[in-house]
Structure formats: C-alpha cells, structure tokens
Design a binder for this molecule. Structure first.
Ligand code: FES
Length: 250
C-alpha cells in the first residue's frame, strides 16, 4: 500500500548511517520484522528498499536505518523532521515468528543487515526466546545498536579490522563463546550469508537477502534468486526478502 510517513526524529548513529523514526499509524500496526519499506526519494525514479528496524503501534511509529551509499540515500539523509516520505509497504515476507518456539536463537547481522534483526530480536524476546546476537561491522566507527541488542541478550560485536570488539568476521566466533543454538536468523551482505549458512549448516536458519531492487512489488524480475538446479527461482522483493536457508542457492 502507498502511504505518507512523516519524519518524527532523525539521528546519525554511526559513520554515514542514519536512523529515522517515521510516523504512520497503519504501517506501525502491520509491519513485521524482516519486511521493508520502498521509499520514494525526490529526484530519483527508482524507489529505495529500506528494512524496518522497529515499529511501535502504541505511538504509531516505524524506525528505519540506512547507510549513505549513493545519491538517493544521500538525498534522503537531508530530509528534515516534519518532512513527509512517500512509501510503498510494508513489503515482502518477514521472519517466521510463528516458528519462534525454539528456546535459543542466534542472530547474525552484518553492517546494514543489522537493523531488521533488531526488530526481530525484540519480538523473539517478547515471546520468551533467548537470543544471542553476533553483529559484524567494518570498523569501530560503523558500529551501531550494540546497547540496544545488549538489552535483549548476549551480544558480541565483531569488526573486520579489529578496531572494536572481536576481530575478523561474524563466523569466526568460537563454538565455546556461543550457547547451544536451536535456530539462527541472519541478514547482511551475500558473502557473509554464504559463510553463515555453511558455518551453521546443522541447524535450521533463515536468511534475509539484501538485493538492489527495481519495482519492489514483484513486477520487474530485477531481484530473482535461484532456488534449485532446475531453473527454479524466487523474487526477493515478493517471495522474500526472508527465506529459509535450505530454500535458496546463494
Ligand atoms: Fe521487481 Fe523484485 S524488484 S520483481
């Protein structure tokens, strides 16, 4: 659905990383973790898919976080409190919360893949699930939401250059540093998701795939991903962005 969302607050939470709290009653009531909003940015034909980092229907707000990567997101970062954004969404299928009957869930996020996992982690802990979060960033100045995740469960931050937390990649964390895990949920760049899928291939997992999108509503085929060796495919924007790990070929 097409909606207008008003910017209620805006802050820079890490290097080139902006958090915006947007107001819209309907979107706040129906958004589920893993879904995204498709934002129109003035002067740009293609909308920008930005995942939902939080939603609070009691105050009619939806939170998004985005990294300034190109002209579109740079323009978006100049929007001010009170400005209104034209949005399609919430779009896509989110994380399967109905399956969250497991006791111990591992959350693995990388960079701008971290925000949707925050909303997910909140919902999981609300339903009594114990979460452990492993969050990977390039370096110290890119780290965000560490405190927010710590309020929900054990949180391990990893930086590629070792300037903060553990050094290396999210998949470097030793088995001893993690509790026993029933299921994992992950979002981040493709190489990270490939490594995550391989590392935890013995337990069920769900992956949220980040992909540049065109239409965002299943009409243009810009975002297809193979699902088997026989030419099968799914659309990330419509069938995902969340898939079970065994369902997709990365
Ligand atoms: Fe157009 Fe997915 S972005 S089909």
């Amino acid at each position: 659905m097409q909606q207008l969302l008003k910017i209620k607050s805006k802050q820079t939470v890490a290097l080139d990383t902006v958090e915006m709290v947007l107001e819209n009653k309907a979107v706040s009531q129906i958004a589920v973790p893993g879904q995204f909003l498709h934002l129109h940015v003035d002067g740009h034909m293609l909308r920008r898919p930005i995942s939902i980092a939080d939603a609070d229907p009691s105050v009619h707000t939806v939170t998004i976080l985005f990294k300034i990567l190109g002209e579109g997101t740079r323009k978006l970062s100049t929007y001010q409190i009170g400005d209104v954004i034209d949005v399609l969404g919430p779009n896509g299928n989110g994380f399967p919360l109905v399956n969250a009957t497991k006791n111990s869930v591992l959350i693995v996020g990388g960079g701008i893949g971290v925000p949707p996992l925050y909303y997910l982690a909140k919902k999981l802990t609300e339903s009594g699930v114990t979460i452990t979060a492993v969050l990977g960033f390039q370096s110290k100045e890119h780290v965000f939401y560490e405190g927010e995740f710590e309020e929900l469960g054990k949180t391990i931050v990893v930086t590629n250059d070792g300037s903060y937390g553990e050094t290396g990649f999210v998949t470097n964390i030793s088995k001893e540093a993690l509790p026993s895990i029933d299921e994992y949920y992950s979002c981040g760049p493709l190489p990270m998701l490939q490594a995550v899928k391989e590392r935890w291939n013995n337990i069920p997992g769900y992956l949220s795939l980040e992909e540049r999108m065109g239409c965002g509503i299943g009409a243009c085929f810009a975002c297809v991903i193979p699902t088997d060796d026989h030419g099968g495919y799914k659309k990330i924007c419509q069938d995902g962005p969340v898939f079970s790990a065994e369902e997709v070929q990365l």
